[in-house]
Design a protein around this ligand. Sequence first.
Ligand code: PHE
Length: 463
Amino acid sequence: MEKKASSFSGQIGFVLAAAGSAVGVGNLWRFPYLAAKDGGGLFLLVYLVLVLTFGFTLLTSDIAIGRRTKQSAIRAYETMRPKWKFLGILTFLVPVLIMTYYAVIGGWITKYAVVYLTGQSAAAAEDGYFTSFITSPVSPVVFALLFMGVTAFIVYNGVEGGIERVSRYMMPILLVLVVVIAGYALTLRHEDASGQMRTGLEGLRYYLTPHMEGLTVSRFLQILLDAMSQLFFSLSVSMGIMITYGSYVKPDVDLNKAVNQIEIFDTGVALLAGAMIIPAVYVFSGTEGMSAGPSLMFVSLPKVFAAMGKAGTFVGILFFVTAIFATLTSCISVLESITANCMEIFHSGRKKTVLVLAVIYLAASAIIALGYSIFYFEVQLPNGSAAQLLDIMDYVSNSVMMPFIALLSTILIGWVMTPDYVIDEMQRGGETFRRKKLYRVMIRYVAPVMMLVLFLQSTGILA
Ligand code: PHE
């Protein structure tokens, strides 16, 4: 009952909340690292083309389904076609899994923000600092619980009073911070031990130039798949989150504009994150440290901040506060999506539902946070990398389930419901859905094929 009454106050509230979900650690850390690894400007070009075609198609579908059915994933798919309820359940399981580890990462970021705020930036730059932090059985748990608690508190306060209110503050501030840090990164210059001078502007050039050397068909395919899985994760599509947020959008909001604005916000922050991280890393450690993967944020960057001298502490604070805002607004969207599904299924009120979920996920976060100490074990994933508990959850939800769900949902919309189901919703208030033809072709033909390839590749079936 309460659920039906919940809504965002209007277009801006919705766009900022949805952008809050979309902009997360994926933008700040995964995007720059992929760009550095996958040929700089080449990756950017591929990514931009995908945003305008594939990302547009999936985001439009999720949001339109949400607003049209006014339900979260499980009920939404059931409303469309009762036989497809299983797809709703699968979709619901993605945030259920992500929630187990997202607050743990949020906790790591919070820890680093505290470290910089208390002036311990030199310690954070030492070798082994990150490893000794995450393998401790106490500190990562405390920070994960704190992050989880704050997330639950915001969701407890409801859609407009909690989620929208927080996003309205955090997202504009985040944008300003990213611009400021990127601007600062471009002014950096540093002479290394061999007397070679490197500048931020050269780093920017390295980031934007398409590196075509040694480009083969299979490498291009790899870049394409990297960009595609990044886009998914980044837009928070195919996990029911945008369906839930879409269900809170009032009928008079122009979804065409909203979709564009969300995409611009998300892509803009990703591009800016690249423009702040790549030049900074380049100036202090050349092109080596960049493809470091996940350790970029917690290992390479602290070294860069230390090399900046006094300013480094300040920049470190700004950076980790930015990262907290990005992660918190994403984390609340994950919990909101689980909450909304549960409220519909169990006909329960928001407050009670959030309290029960909070207890479950406080426990789950603690277990995952202990995956590097007490519950440590390692397995090998089909794609060859070694994984701990957190990586396994990440792999199952993002690499296996999301492409599979996207594949099935493009078939459902493209062939069972037909694209008009979404197009009609996009034109509900008399607006014109301009990219109709593109949408039809994408949802019926291109997206299903791309999703199938991505699924086969990320599960290791297609080596
Ligand atoms: N979209 C977020 C990012 O880019 C990640 C995210 C994943 C958010 C899952 C919500 C749910 O980091």
